[in-house]
Design a protein around this ligand. Structure first.
Ligand code: ADP
Length: 322
């Protein structure tokens, strides 16, 4: 059975259309990520799906309306959840556990999210990652079948993020349906079975990360940081663009990277680094929703030295960076 069915869901705030005509299904046991720029409607959709805001259209959770479904089946972590600073994780989970009959034991929850050792530390003294994992634990007290997390890893450091990923993967492996929103495409790609991209309140694409990348990710990218490149540097390449000193050549197979380097050498174009990468979910995002978002340049995988022979002698080209 589907955990979540949304049909033609819409929501307006005065003149603002926050959501329009959104239809989506989350299967039981699935990890489903909602991505999209700020203001795309992710939080509004989460709220519509969980019955915490009114909406047009039809929503059902496990076959029932969000407000009629047994609340013990749902765990919700809102985006802005800020527990009292002077409570410890043990106290906080004890409080939330008291709201349910048959809540999971506090010790079990602390262990499940990996904060047992900090169980008696005031919330304000926990690391960002420990804080967010504690918050996730509050959404787990009722052992939910569906866990809804609005930006669970925003604002925590990479180690904290990875620890939380481990927690969510463990829950998913144990059969919990997870619906999460995120701004982190690596997170969506790693955790989600399917990703839904929202832009301007509408659903733009829904599919597995691999299918989205295949369909919308475009070709592989070779990024070359040039030293003072002439405007004509893009000539002769089938698909190339110049942005500042960065020359991007698309659709270059890994074994053809050396040919590009030789072409530049023959033309006397010096470069500092040369980086090749496959398209990923971030490219999909930029392709489908990136119009309104300003993006910093992407990091890629450095090309190995054996692929491209750096020029020696004149010291002008360092060839490739490791
Ligand atoms: P996201 O979570 O993707 O950043 P939101 O769902 O928060 O997007 O917002 C979608 C749109 O709805 C935005 O234009 C936002 O300003 C508007 N919006 C959201 N909540 C409210 C509200 N309570 N009152 C008025 N406008 C709102």
């Amino acid at each position: 059975m589907e955990a979540v069915v949304a049909e033609n869901v819409g929501r307006r705030y005065g003149e603002t259309v926050a959501l329009e005509g959104v239809s989506v299904t989350v299967e039981t046991g699935e990890v489903f990520a909602l991505v999209g720029p700020n203001g795309a409607g992710k939080t509004t959709l989460v709220r519509a799906l969980t019955g915490t805001t009114d909406s047009e259209g039809r929503v059902s959770l496990f076959g029932e309306s969000p407000r009629a479904v047994n609340r013990e089946r749902i765990g919700l972590l809102p985006q802005s959840f800020d527990p009292p600073a002077r409570l410890t994780p043990r106290e906080l989970l004890g409080y939330y556990g008291g709201l349910y009959d048959g809540a999971r034991s506090t010790d079990q929850l602390l262990a499940a999210v990996g904060v047992s050792e900090a169980a008696d530390t005031h919330y304000e003294n926990l690391s960002g990652g420990q804080q967010r994992r504690t918050c996730v634990a509050t959404a787990l007290v009722n052992d939910p079948d569906l866990l809804v997390l609005d930006e669970p890893t925003t604002g925590i450091d990479p180690a904290g993020q990875r620890a939380l990923w481990g927690v969510l993967e463990g829950l998913a492996d144990a059969g919990t349906t997870v619906l999460l929103t995120t701004h982190d495409m690596a997170e969506a790609e790693r955790l989600a079975d399917r990703v839904a991209l929202l832009a301007d309140g509408e659903l733009v694409a829904v599919d597995s990360p691999a299918s989205l990348v295949e369909r919308h990710g475009g070709e592989s990218l070779l990024a070359i940081e040039c030293v003072d490149p002439p405007g004509s540097v893009t000539e002769g390449f089938a698909d190339a663009s110049l942005d500042g000193n960065r020359l991007t050549v698309r659709g270059v197979a890994p074994e053809a990277v050396g040919d590009v380097a030789r072409t530049l050498d023959e033309r006397g174009v010096a470069y500092e680094s040369l980086t090749w990468r496959d398209p990923d979910l971030e490219d999909v995002y930029l392709e489908l929703a990136g119009g309104s978002v300003e993006q910093p340049p992407r990091e890629g995988r450095p090309v190995e030295r054996r692929t491209v022979q750096p020029r020696t002698g004149d010291g002008e080209n360092r060839g490739v960076e490791q």
